[in-house]
Design a protein around this ligand. Structure first.
Ligand SMILES: Nc1ncnc2c1ncn2[C@@H]1O[C@H](COP(=O)(O)OP(=O)(O)OP(=O)(O)O)[C@@H](O)[C@H]1O
Ligand SMILES: CCCCCCCCCCCCC/C=C/[C@@H](O)[C@H](CO)NC(=O)CCCCC
Ligand SMILES: [Ca+2]
Length: 516
């Protein structure tokens, strides 16, 4: 056996030979290095039998399995020379120290998210790995909604290298709101001002998926798996994410990183909230019910196209680890900002206006891939390009809408329909017909008394009431909203979805799997 350090593809790696085979482990993917106590049985095997007192150390590292799943594997190195063995342990530990791996984490567990498994998932699958990697944790089991968010305004945040949430997208949203809100409060920034230059949040957030949709985890890691996510936290990965701020006039409503959905996804969410006791199944139940109700909504959407990015929602390539489009878009935006400031960007660029009847209006900052839809609502959306994909699904027949939905689950193009339009935008606004009418002082008593249904065509499914916005799984109080995308505004312990290139497959499967 032979152990060596080298330099390959811009990263340090640990190389070792075992049974005449060559193995590489990037040092950035080493979880821990420990001196190994050899027991009697181990000492009595093979050539070690002949040695007076063998020494050994074990390297725990990330083993990549299929479908972006990561597991912790280990390899033990034996050696006759105690001094040499200690030198290796020391050298590897020093290398680990040089990386930006977290040492102290603040963990929030939602015991009621998803299938109510958050606490046991953390205790059984995650805590042992954190302890192996010598990460200390302060753990808070939440007692009510907003517990984590409120707590983040009080804790000594500088003590931590990251905040971890165990739960679903709603729990992530809470933690993100706590962190962003805390940053703005500490810097005296008023979040109600839609044009305020917000202060970026550099503390990384880790997501241990234990929710119902887990779309943010799935879209940033490629799988919804607690062990994989724990390992991304341990190795100290960093993935920036775009965040949209949502305002109603001069009132701050929410931030969003995944879906802002009006119509179909808003109605599903509103109905499903009453069925929380059903767990993740509530979305299937409310999904079917909402599909059958087939409501559409009238309104006006105005948006500013994202001209700073070279990507398009209809690209065949998706956002992957180290994405070139995200890097270029961020550079372009900071260049624009340096040259002209935010004022130019906001005021001078064109607005496109579209009026219509919509079954769904979806604005996504990322693909929104999740186990229900592995390629997501917009497969080519980028995690960190400073833009959102705005998908407008106009009024169509139930059958056509079903065809559209089915394409979220297969390889066909979900934008290739005459009733679906998609735009890459950096900001947008929406007002429903109802609020437009109210604003223009239409006092139709009949409309008020009979509420939501179209008086002229009671059976036509035309719903002149407003739908609700679904903002990362939470409802918004207002239907009229103004949205602005903030490029790379928060950071996750993730690295985006890794490319399954031939090289990589060969490297991870033949080099390591066969050997260990
Ligand atoms: N102890 C608690 N009791 C009740 N609600 C809580 C508690 N802790 C957190 N919450 C709230 O529960 C909501 C939903 O949680 P979470 O996102 O973890 O699960 P989910 O809704 O099942 O999953 P997903 O968001 O992925 O669909 C969050 O918005 C959060 O504010
Ligand atoms: C005939 C088969 C048709 C199947 C169609 C399946 C389409 C599924 C698309 C799923 C898109 C999820 C977008 C993510 C939204 C999350 O921010 C949010 C909070 O977790 N979840 C939902 O709103 C929950 C949304 C649940 C939708 C079912
Ligand atoms: Ca984006």
């Amino acid at each position: 056996m032979f152990l060596d350090f080298g330099f390959k593809q811009k990263c340090f790696y640990t190389q070792y030979f075992l049974r005449n085979q060559n193995c590489f482990v990037p040092t950035s993917e080493i979880i821990a290095v420990e001196e190994t106590e050899l027991n009697k049985k181990q000492r009595n095997i093979g050539k070690w039998q002949k040695m007076a007192k063998p020494h050994a150390f074990t390297v725990y590292y990330v083993k990549k399995a299929r479908n972006h799943r990561w597991r912790c594997s280990d390899v033990t190195f034996w050696c006759v020379d105690e001094h040499l063995c200690n030198q290796w342990i020391q050298a590897l530990k020093e290398l680990l120290e040089m990386q930006s791996k977290p040492k102290q984490l603040l963990v929030y567990i939602n015991p009621y998210g998803g299938k109510r498994q958050g606490k046991s998932i953390y205790e059984q699958k995650v805590a042992p790995l954190f302890s192996l990697a010598s990460i200390s944790t302060d753990v808070v089991i939440t007692e009510h909604a907003n517990h984590a968010k409120d707590n983040l305004f009080e804790v000594n945040i500088n003590k931590y290298d990251g905040v971890v949430c165990v739960g679903g997208d709603g729990m992530f949203s809470e933690v993100m709101h706590g962190l962003i809100g805390r940053m703005q409060k500490d810097s005296g920034i008023d979040q109600n001002n839609p044009k305020a230059p917000l202060v970026q949040c550099n503390i990384r957030i880790g997501i241990i998926p234990a929710g119902s949709t887990d779309c943010i985890c799935y879209s940033t890691v490629g799988i919804s798996d607690p062990v994989t996510s724990a390992l991304h936290i341990i190795v100290g990965d960093c993935q920036p994410l775009d965040v949209s701020s949502v305002h109603h006039n001069n009132t701050f409503l929410k931030y969003s990183v995944s879906l802002l959905g009006y119509g179909f996804y808003g109605d599903i969410l509103k109905d499903s909230e009453k069925k929380r006791w059903m767990g993740p199944m509530r979305y299937d139940y409310s999904g079917l019910k909402t599909f059958l109700s087939h409501h559409y909504y009238e309104g006006t959407i105005s948006f500013q196209p994202a001209k700073h990015t070279v990507g398009s929602p209809q690209d065949k390539d998706s956002c992957r680890t180290g994405c070139y489009i995200c890097k270029k878009s961020e550079q372009q935006l900071s260049q624009q900002y340096k040259e002209c400031g935010l004022k130019h960007e906001e005021d001078e660029e064109e607005w496109k206006v579209i009026k219509g009847k919509f079954l769904a209006i979806n604005a996504v900052n990322m693909s929104c891939a999740c186990p229900r839809s592995p390629k997501g609502l917009s497969p080519a959306a980028h995690l960190a390009d400073g833009s959102a994909d705005l998908i407008l699904v106009r009024k169509c027949s139930r059958f056509d809408f079903l065809r559209y939905l089915v394409r979220h689950t297969n390889q066909d193009d979900q934008f290739d329909f005459s009733f679906v339009d998609v735009y890459r935008v950096k900001s947008f606004q929406f007002t429903s017909k109802l609020s437009e009418d109210n604003e223009s002082n239409v006092t139709d008593i009949g409309k008020k008394r009979f509420g939501q249904f179209c008086r002229d065509h009671p059976a036509c499914c035309c719903n002149i009431a407003s739908s609700t916005w679904n903002c990362d799984g939470e409802t918004l109080d207002s239907s009229a909203i103004q949205v602005r995308v903030h490029c790379q505004f928060v950071k996750l312990f993730a690295r985006g979805i890794e490319e399954n290139s031939k090289d990589e497959a060969a490297y991870s499967q033949s080099s390591i799997e066969q050997l260990l």
